[in-house]
Design a protein around this ligand. Structure first.
Ligand SMILES: Cc1ncc(COP(=O)(O)O)c(C=O)c1O
Length: 410
């Protein structure tokens, strides 16, 4: 899989197709650092674009706003789960807003954060890590590790030479919830094994925490209360003192057909639940990924051909539209013709096909666009800032290494 974000940030071979002379006078030095052309509107970006691929857009103001929402409202420390979008411009935006803690999973994520923010605190919350990753992460200053079984705890102790300054976060397996993207079945200690593991971890960790993930795009606020209550029963069964509780990620975004309650309602419910389950005095952590960056990014894709109500595009499910294909998620869309947004008038529900030869490369939608959508028009597929660009492969030679910044908030 091509690592697009690294290419953009670091590769001198990354062609920046957006013409420099069209850059907005409001372009900031910060984004120029990442070689990102900056525009006021999507129309301006399309006007400047001379390439043949799709284009990724980052809206830093939307990322800032989401980060501010969490920093102001979440009842604890906010860790950005960088897997959702590790683009350096996104990282810098959340850092500038005040995020100082990052959930990382691989050595490349550790090194990326270390490179940009040597003073950040990193939490290696992947429950299964290679020995090399554990040792290197410890050398980079990581002290927070998650485990879900005794073998992993043992590995961490061996690879850190029995370090006395570890924070161990025990990852719980939760009962099946109703998140739109469930994360059950792969990680987590069961209710049977977790209490003994918690006792073992208590004996060797300087700080001890409990953590879980309710599933991504979790729109049911009650799932957090259920998970916190579940954590209480495990801690009671273990009869140990813990220092922190990490309520994970999962905070949702309102995609079409998936309305989500306001974030403030999640924060208030989590705060109440922690108090009700006697966790009120602990350090509280949360690991939002999607909710910090989904609205802060989009993909600009071009229609190559129309067949009835099927639109063949220059990006698809092997690119940034992975979840639109695999999960049949609908994303907000808007149409541009001759760089101008077309709205009003009749709309039709379209199905999208991606550019590869594979028949799995289909996004059923339906995506509602002006009925006369045609070859050469551009579609902005919005809310793709999380799990969009980062999932893109280079299958069949179709990919884009072009990213720009758009400063407006629309
Ligand atoms: C350990 C961990 N933390 C946080 C996240 C971020 O989740 P979300 O994007 O749903 O907020 C994930 C996503 O898979 C995860 O595995």
């Amino acid at each position: 899989m091509l690592s697009v974000e690294f290419q953009i940030a670091m590769s001198p071979m990354s062609p920046i197709h957006l013409a420099a002379e069209k850059q907005s006078p409001t372009a900031t030095a910060d984004f120029r650092l990442f070689e990102l052309p900056t525009y006021r509107t999507v129309g301006d970006a399309l006007n400047a674009y001379k390439g043949d691929d799709h284009v990724y857009v980052i809206y830093p103001r939307k990322v800032s706003r989401a980060a501010r929402t969490f920093l102001d409202g979440f009842p604890g420390t906010v860790l950005y789960a960088i897997k959702a979008n590790p683009h350096p411009a996104v990282l810098k935006t959340v850092w500038d807003e005040g995020v100082r803690n990052f959930d990382v999973a691989s050595i490349r994520e550790v090194e990326l954060i270390h490179q940009y923010f040597p003073d950040a605190r990193m939490f290696l919350m992947h429950p299964v890590k290679s020995r090399a990753l554990i040792a290197k992460a410890y050398a980079y200053g990581v002290r927070d590790f998650s485990v879900d079984c005794e073998g992993e705890l043992q590995k961490i102790l061996e690879c850190t030479n029995g370090a006395a300054d570890l924070t161990i976060h025990l990852r719980l397996a939760l009962p099946e919830g109703d998140a739109d993207m469930p994360l059950t079945g792969k990680f987590g200690a069961s209710k049977d094994t977790a209490p003994a593991l918690l006792q073992k971890a208590r004996a060797c960790a300087e700080y001890l925490g409990i953590c879980f993930h309710v599933g991504s795009q979790c729109r049911n606020i009650g799932n957090y209360d259920m998970a916190i209550g579940y954590a209480r029963s495990v801690v009671d069964a273990a009869d140990v003192t813990i220092d922190s509780i990490d309520v994970g990620g999962g905070f949702p975004v309102s995609y079409p057909g998936m309305p989500s309650p306001p974030m403030a309602e999640f924060f208030a419910a989590i705060k109440t639940s922690l108090k009700n389950h006697d966790f009120g005095a602990l350090d509280v952590l949360g690991e939002p990924g999607r909710a910090l960056c989904a609205e802060g990014g989009s993909s600009l894709v071009r229609i190559e051909l129309r067949k009835g109500n099927d639109l063949y595009l220059n990006d698809g499910s092997y690119g940034s539209l992975f979840d639109a294909g695999q999960c049949a998620w609908k994303y907000p869309v808007r149409l541009f013709r001759d760089k101008v947004e077309i709205n009003g008038g009749d709309e039709t529900g379209f199905r999208f096909f991606g550019p590869t030869c594979d028949s799995l490369d289909v996004m059923p939608g339906p995506f509602h666009l002006p009925s006369d959508a045609r070859e050469g028009d551009w579609i902005e597929v919005q809310h793709l800032g999380a799990y969009g660009q980062v999932l893109a492969s280079g299958f069949n030679g179709f990919y884009s290494d072009t990213t720009c910044v758009v400063l407006n908030r629309d």
